[in-house]
Ligand binder design. Structure first.
Ligand code: ATP
Ligand code: MG
Length: 277
């Protein structure tokens, strides 16, 4: 028996879509997966196998056609402050500045504090100064502190993606759901953001669900790599990545790193061939 606490539980999840011409597309067909508290799960699998669909279901943005999805033992019925999402396409508000984009979700965030006179717990919204402090911190992390008053259209694709990442972190959610967040970035920026993410995960004790098509990235970040099969998506295999944390770019030099990378790549490649057929 695994003694770790399950943060998210996905049981028998099936997802059907109706396409524009009325045909049924089965995106997920019986996905079972438990995600433990503070664990870093990476999901890999061929394009169209249902990775984003699964993330959207955990985010509460889509509903499963069949099956159960639980967070902390409760059914997921919609989006919540306990989960922060970095989307595959950055989804920024064009009419808001970079800073306001990062602070957007914070308007819905409440912090718990103790009433000094009664000793009871109470909730309050963040102050303007607190919001500004948070957005500054994370814009600095993604190296965009000098662009906080710019509008998204003034930024490159990679910069917009970094704003979306800062926005996801700023919510300080228990669960970070990230959909190929570093895919569109240059190699140096990606390496830097991978290390920042590993640090954030380590110090802020988050549960991460991270989709990537980059097997090397998956092995660097994940404590477990979930390999999905070609559509309709299922969990094909789960690989425990038994490399010590804290990890950084030097971890890639460990011989076992390459063993994991090759084994996972081989496995995923079989599914790519399946799609081609
Ligand atoms: N809203 C929708 N309506 C109809 N079909 C959809 C919808 N969303 C997703 N699909 C279909 O579900 C399947 C899975 O899509 P999904 O976006 O989850 O794949 P993915 O694994 O994230 O792919 P990629 O790696 O390319 O991002 C695809 O066949 C897609 O066409
Ligand atoms: Mg996707």
């Amino acid at each position: 028996m695994d003694e770790r606490k399950k943060k998210i539980s996905i049981e028998g999840v099936k997802k059907r879509f109706l396409s524009h011409d009325g045909k049924e597309v089965i995106a997920l067909n019986g996905v079972n997966l438990g995600i433990y508290e503070n664990e870093f799960v990476c999901v890999v699998g061929p394009s169209g196998c249902g990775k984003t669909t699964l993330l959207n279901i955990i985010a509460g943005l889509e509903h499963a056609s069949e099956g159960k999805v639980l967070i902390n033992g409760n059914p997921i019925v919609g989006p919540g402050n306990d989960r922060g999402v970095v989307f595959q396409q950055y989804a920024l508000f064009p009419w808001l500045t970079v800073k306001k984009n990062v602070e957007f979700g914070l308007a819905y965030k409440y912090i718990k504090e103790t009433d000094p006179s009664t000793g009871e717990a109470r909730y309050r919204k963040l102050t303007k100064a607190e919001k500004a402090e948070i957005s500054e911190k994370y814009l600095r992390m993604v190296d965009l502190q000098d662009f906080s008053d710019s509008y998204p259209k003034e930024l490159s694709g990679g910069m917009k993606q970094r704003v979306a990442i800062a926005r996801g972190y700023a919510m300080n959610p228990e669960v970070l759901l990230m959909d190929e967040p570093f895919g569109a970035l240059d190699a140096q920026t990606r390496a830097q953001l991978q290390e920042d993410l590993l640090k954030t995960w380590d110090t802020e004790k988050k549960t991460c669900f991270f989709i990537t098509h980059d097997v090397e990235e998956a092995v660097l970040l994940a404590s477990r790599v979930v390999i999905m099969s070609a559509r309709p998506g299922r969990v094909k295999e789960i690989i425990d990545v038994d490399l010590p944390y804290p990890r950084n770019q030097a971890t890639k030099l460990m011989p076992r790193f390459n063993e994991y990378k090759n084994a996972i790549w081989e496995n995923v490649y079989q599914e790519y061939l399946e799609v081609k057929r």
